[in-house]
Design a protein around this ligand. Structure first.
Ligand code: HEM
Length: 449
């Protein structure tokens, strides 16, 4: 029998039905695709053909083996324009050169220099918290990671502005929620719509903040090896420095890619520990016995194996990039199908992380599962919270150290519980974040010295 030209999937006569289902519950929609049609399916989103793959080998093919046949896509022209031509928005040779340029500021040997700032900023947060107070943990983590990110990568504290800049970043990504509506196209074209105006204001604020960081560094005459330092020192083949616009585009890539992800990882960690007091108690034991009340330092990152397991498990259950989208550039062969150029393909990281074929009790938070034996037995490509291939996250090591040290400081001193009656749910837009606000009540730990 001849092979059908398209993978199976819903063939709706109503072209808007899938868009509505995605808008209502995108994770539920992707889950139903996998349940009903298997690891390789496709559907239409308005005029666009969208493939969905959730098998580790197929995901590996898209991100690694055949990566040249796929381009990064932000789907919305508006967002793409706001991001400019930085690393986050480029591919092929241009992307490789940008990565080479920035990587020296993010490689393992550089991270210990950032560790002290990570701990100092987390300690400052721990000191501002009040026993018995209820805080929006999502917002607290925005402030924390914004301060760490700007101080370590750009060498400046944006202080009071952190909330505003954090909201601007959220606003830039939130346009996706609106764009999923049947009127998404209108958002792209009509500049005076309130949502579009909010987006433009957010972009303007980010631009002003970044140009100000660049200006401050130039005026200070300081030479540093952080991200801004390597960008300022970079020269092209003709010995020319980057223009302000090029600097802005690269800096914005770091801001957007690094901030939303780590912020939300930390927020998920608090929610999970609130729901799992037994894991929290084990973490307290580990922190008390390794640190004995002192502040952590870089060397402690390797000495906190249970905290590492907790973070592994949080990233499995809530991979921030729950799907990694790509545009199909040429008619490449994937499994038994020839993909159509111009269509979209989604690598289903969340689906793969919760697939019962690879994980026992996939929907449960079980940090204990991460034993060395289990890691050895795991399917090679089944755990991909940081992506894979040429676009794999350049900030992975930074993120591990930041989340380990920040949580070690805070959890040593504070417990937090989601307020009774509030249910934390996921809010997957570009990243899978907990729906804000996340109201949590703080209790000072008695045993912390
Ligand atoms: C828990 C934290 C983080 C997670 C889960 C995460 C995840 C990811 C993933 C899945 C990708 C690949 C996207 C794709 O293939 O299209 C990516 C790319 C990227 N990440 Fe991260 N990330 C995190 C933290 C960071 C940090 C802290 C930084 C910067 C310091 C950063 C900078 C970037 C950049 C610049 C890219 C684009 C790379 C490229 O296109 O070549 N990320 N991240």
């Amino acid at each position: 029998m001849a092979q059908p030209s398209l993978p199976p999937g819903p063939r709706s006569l109503l072209p808007l039905r899938e868009i509505r289902a995605i808008r209502r519950d995108v994770l539920g929609f992707l889950d139903s695709l996998k349940r009903n049609y298997g690891d390789f399916s496709c559907f239409r989103m308005g005029p666009k053909l969208v493939y969905f793959v959730s098998h580790p080998d197929l995901i590996h093919d898209v991100l690694v083996t055949h990566h040249r046949s796929f381009g990064k896509t932000w789907m919305l022209q508006t967002v793409s324009e706001a991001l400019g031509n930085g690393m986050i928005n480029s591919r092929g040779e241009a992307n490789r050169r940008k990565r080479e340029l920035v990587m020296p500021a993010l490689v393992k040997p550089r991270i210990p220099e950032y560790a002290e700032t990570m701990v100092r900023v987390a300690e400052r947060t721990a000191r501002t918290w009040q026993d018995g107070a209820t805080v929006d943990m999502a917002q607290e983590m925005v402030r924390l990671t914004m301060a760490i990110g700007t101080e370590t990568l750009f060498g400046a504290d944006i202080g009071e502005q952190a909330d505003e800049v954090g909201s601007a970043i959220t606003e830039i990504f939130d346009v996706y929620a609106r764009a999923r509506s049947p009127f998404g196209e209108i958002f792209e074209r009509v500049r005076f719509l309130p949502a579009r105006r909010r987006f433009d204001r957010a972009k303007e604020l980010l631009d002003t903040t970044i140009y100000d960081l660049i200006d401050r560094r130039r005026r200070s005459g300081e030479e540093r090896d952080d991200v801004l330092g390597v960008l300022l020192a970079a020269r092209d083949e003709e010995g020319r420095a980057m223009t302000d616009r090029q600097l802005r585009d690269e800096a914005i890539a770091m801001f957007l890619a690094g901030h939303e992800t780590t912020t939300n990882l930390l927020a998920w960690l608090w929610c999970l520990l609130s729901q799992h007091p037994e894991a929290e108690a084990e973490l307290h034991d580990e922190l008390d016995s390794v640190l004995g009340g002192r502040l952590p330092e870089m060397a402690d990152v390797e000495r906190l194996p249970f905290l590492r397991k907790v973070i592994y498990e949080a990233l499995r259950l809530y991979p921030l990039s729950y799907v990694i989208p790509r545009e199909v550039l040429d008619a490449c062969q994937l499994g038994p199908f020839t993909l159509r150029p111009g269509s979209l393909i989604l690598a289903g990281i969340y689906s793969m992380h919760r697939d019962p074929r690879y994980w026992d009790e996939p929907d449960r938070f079980v940090p204990y599962r991460w034993t060395p034996e289990m890691k050895k037995q795991l399917h090679r490509h089944v755990y991909r919270p940081f992506g894979a291939g040429p676009h794999t996250c350049p900030g992975e090591h930074f993120a591990w150290v930041e989340s380990t040290l920040a949580m070690a400081v805070l959890i040593q001193r504070w417990k937090a519980r989601v307020v009774p009656g509030h249910t934390v749910t996921g809010n997957p837009i570009v990243f899978l974040r907990p729906r804000a606000p996340v109201p949590m009540t703080l209790t000072r730990r008695q045993s912390a010295r």
